[in-house]
Design a protein around this ligand. Sequence first.
Ligand SMILES: [Fe+2]
Ligand SMILES: [Fe+2]
Length: 153
Amino acid sequence: MNAIELLVQDHEKLKKLLEQISSTTDRAAKTRADVLAQIEAEVLSHTQIEEKIFYPAYRDASDKEGVKMYHEAVEEHRAVSELVLPDLLKTKPDSVQFSGRIKVLKELLEHHMEEEESEMFPEAKEVLKPEELVRLGQEMEAMKKTIKAEMKK
Ligand SMILES: [Fe+2]
Ligand SMILES: [Fe+2]
């Protein structure tokens, strides 16, 4: 898998989890907590491999427009990982508030993934060589494994 295939595969998984949690009611507190924990693990490992490996490679190969896109994407990650997600983790899964916060998280993430898939990734295919995309994919796969193993401890 090259870098883009790997990242898109992560997105697909995340989209499914977001659909799953959105379809629960406040009676399904346990399911909500379980799915949220999976979403948290996916989001944190995905944003890290992007920020440490893919984004810098993309930024360095890009023009001004790409650099702008890079900064915007990092800010969106920050909004999710440092604001919305921590809030959600502190919210009771059987509350009405939880549903509202899930909706905001879902919208933010879907918007972000859509922008990556329609703008950044096609652009990255232009500015990065195919062999570079393969190498970045391998690096990210390895890093993701390490992060997930770390999380289990
Ligand atoms: Fe991202
Ligand atoms: Fe992404």
